[in-house]
Structures are given as C-alpha cells and as structure tokens.
Design a protein around this ligand. Structure first.
Ligand SMILES: O=C(CO)[C@H](O)[C@H](O)COP(=O)(O)O
Ligand SMILES: [Co+2]
Length: 228
C-alpha cells in the first residue's frame, strides 16, 4: 500500500482553515484533532468544525477524538460526515459497542492507544475496527518528539494484522517527520499523521510528498538491478 499521509490541522492557522486545507491537495485525508480540555489538557474544536470543513474540502476527514465519554459523542461525528472516527480506548466504557455504533453510521472506526496503553487485550478484536492509532507522543499537543519506544507495540499489532489477513490501517500520530517516518513504516505503520512537518513547511504539498518518499522502503541492501 502507498503510504497514506494525513496532515493534522492542529498545526494549521485556525483563523484561515479553508485556505489551509487548500494547501494540502496531495494529502490522503485531513486529520482533525478534537480535544476537550479534560481527556487532554488542550482545547480545539468540535462537531460544527467538522461540518464546516466538509463544505470547503473534498478530502476525507479523519477525526481523532481526544475527549472524555466518546461513547456519547463519537457517533455524532460519523453522522456529520467524517470518513473515519477514531476514539481512545482509555476513555471509552465499551469500545466494541462504540465501534459498532460508529460503523452503523457509515464511517470507518479507529481505536487509539496512548503510548503507555498495551495493545494485547485488543488483538483478538481487530475485525471490529478499520484502523488502529498508535500514539507516538502523549496526546494533547503538536510539535512533540517521536517516542520510538512505542514501536514494539506497533510491530506486534502489525504481526497480528498480517496473521489475520486483515487490511486494517495502522496509523501513527505524533512527531512524524522525514527523519522518523521510516522507523514507523519499518515497524508496520501505513498511515501517518503529520502536523508541524506539513503545516510548518512553506510548501505543504512538497512536504507531504517528501514524507511519502521517506516512508517507502528503500532498495534492499545488496540487491542487483534487473537486466533489460
Ligand atoms: O493528536 C495529535 C496530538 O495529540 C496530533 O495529531 C499530533 O501531535 C500531530 O502533530 P505533530 O505532527 O506536530 O506531532
Ligand atoms: Co491526532
């Protein structure tokens, strides 16, 4: 699969969001970080912003909910038209039931895990989800450093997905740059959120393409080019 790049508007200019999403036409989706100042110590935007963004971009919206009680709020984001709704397992009373409710509204569903949250309890339930999000920073803020200690968790998830013959998306979020994306890709990620690496660039579309190139596996060491 071609590496999927989802720029996070957390690092965009909030008073010019229509202009900002217009600068990332090369992206595979727009990542929308919803924060409630309870689940994380930061506050961003809610469902009305998703509804408004859908009026100004043709890109799918990948909503990342960092909120208390997603069981109550997440299905509404699916009804609003988000292509995918990802909620944190740490905040949900019944993740499987919530996943089914989101799918019933016609959206893909993602399960997010903070860096310290183990994935093992969920490996038997991967069919209930369309995506897993392995956080590579503590959720709450953009511009933090990539936590490579989360890579064994990503690898065990990728192995379980492969063993199941699943086409589940494996997303990483936090500190993704051209210097770190290859590490995450080598551990099995195929979907990459990048905020500051994209919106901090003078040319966001070029930054997206550079991330895709950096995520792709290089030629195997010692491989000979084929004749003809
Ligand atoms: O969910 C998030 C933070 O909780 C953001 O999506 C993430 O941090 C993106 O920003 P950056 O690429 O600058 O790390
Ligand atoms: Co995010």
């Amino acid at each position: 699969m071609r590496p999927r790049i989802h720029p996070s508007i957390l690092s965009a200019d909030f008073v010019n969001l229509e202009h900002e999403v217009g600068r990332i036409g090369n992206a595979d989706a727009v990542h929308v970080d919803v924060m409630d100042n309870h689940f994380v110590p930061n506050l961003t935007f809610g469902q009305p912003m998703v509804e408004r963004l859908l009026e100004v971009t043709a890109l799918p919206l990948d909503v990342h909910l960092m909120i208390d009680d997603p069981d109550r709020w997440a299905p509404g984001f699916a009804s609003a038209g988000a292509a995918s709704v990802t909620f944190h397992v740490e905040g949900s009373a019944d993740p499987i039931r919530l996943a089914r409710a989101i799918r019933a509204k016609g959206a893909f569903v993602g399960l997010a895990l903070k860096p310290g949250t183990p994935v093992e309890p969920w490996l038997a339930s991967i069919a209930e989800f369309d995506m897993f999000l392995v956080m590579t920073v503590e959720p709450g803020f953009g511009g933090q450093s990539f936590m490579s200690e989360t890579m064994p968790k990503l690898r065990s998830l990728a192995d379980a997905v492969e063993a199941a013959g699943s086409d589940l998306l494996l997303q990483v979020d936090g500190g993704i740059t051209t210097a770190t994306i290859g590490i995450a890709a080598a551990s099995g990620a195929n979907t990459f959120v990048a905020g500051s690496a994209v919106f901090g660039s003078d040319d966001p579309n070029a930054a997206i393409e550079a991330l895709r190139v950096a995520a792709a596996p290089g030629p195997e060491a010692g491989a000979e080019p084929e004749d003809g």
